[in-house]
Design a binder for this molecule. Sequence first.
Ligand code: 4AD
Ligand code: MG
Length: 422
Amino acid sequence: MRQDPNCSEFGKRWKSDSQQGRTLKSSELTFGSSVEVQGKLIQSPHKRQNVELAAENICVVGPCDVQAFPLKYKTHHPLDYLRQFPHVRCKTNSLGALLRLRSEATAAIHSFFKDNGYLHVHTPIITSNDCEGAGEIFQVEPANEEREPGENPHFFDVPAFLTVSGQLHLEVIAGAFSKVYTFGPTFRADNSQSRRHLAEFYMVEAELAFAESLQDIMQAMEDLFKKVTDAVLSSCPRDAELFHKHVAPGQEAKVERMLKNQFITMSYTEAIEILKRAHQEFIYKPEWGRDLQSEHERYLVQHCGEIPVFVFNYPYDLKPFYMRDNEDGAQHTVAAVDLLVPGVGELCGGSLREDRPDFLQSRLQRLGLEDTYQWYIDLRRFGSTPHGGFGMGFERYLRCILGVENIKDVIPFPRFSHSCIL
Ligand code: 4AD
Ligand code: MG
């Protein structure tokens, strides 16, 4: 069939009634097809759009097998149904809106840091450290490499992993540039099927040289949350509305409340006291020295009137080696802070870093990590400053502002234990 010069090279071409005296059959132009349309852009009588295209030529570039297509015309597909089809779900209104919001939030995060004088750093994806020390690391080795007997068994000569955090590398650069950030993929071999964990997620991390109190870190977290959310909601109001009206009714008011109010602060010790006084049965009994579980985080946020809350000064034994020792006696704590938000729980984790070489050295010695982290101790010997920073999970952030229940619905291709589709 000869191609019309006005139409793409692919597919069949039909002309509308007026030009060829032939009507499109509904079997030819089906829901889901890719089409090329020519016509006039005219003023639209519809309320929610200014213009519409009055079609003169319609060309079906890629027909759609409508029987097999998992998306159905004029049907509302719940997010958990769509999750089964990561190869087509981006064509729906909800995933389309999500992807635009995700893109806008990414741009707003970069703008926030640029406007506030931070340097953007690409921290490595392959690393030889397990920053968090939680052992949730994926090891990296070539799939098919034969080694000679006696040859080093590792491709990089040392065990190498996918990054669980860019923090330690950011600390290196912060020593030269003061305020730095990174925003990239992060990997955790967390064997949970929870609604807030992924094996691959995006993390925004900032590091501030000369930060001497947790107040500086909390201020940066609160500013980031509020400025980025304002920017995203004002640049994509229709997309945000789709979530706030149809996916999570009532969410708009909740977000407004978070933006309007100053975030609350409480120490870990106060948090445990509040939990102990709660008229609620928890699965995990709250006890000083034990980690806060998501049921505890939910209760604390509720207790604070659904306003985000910073919990600071966690037990020394619960936290990674790099956090600054508060030297506060029997209830020994470190200068750590988590930001808990409605609907999600922990959104950000941060701390002041241990900048005293002797403290750091003895802690690493006790953990048997002194050799591995000699370079990190060196940073404290070669012109260090007090400093601190934080990380914010990007998918948890999107869940929080949009009211989406499952983290797998705010990332186009979710990876979690037992699932790596596409
Ligand atoms: O609290 P985390 O483990 O802190 C760090 O990694 C620090 N090194 C960050 C820093 O200070 N530069 O992780 C930070 C945030 C969490 O609060 C959470 O929002 C998110 O990353 N996160 C996850 N998001 C999705 N899936 C997972 N498995 C996550 N683990 C952490
Ligand atoms: Mg944490």
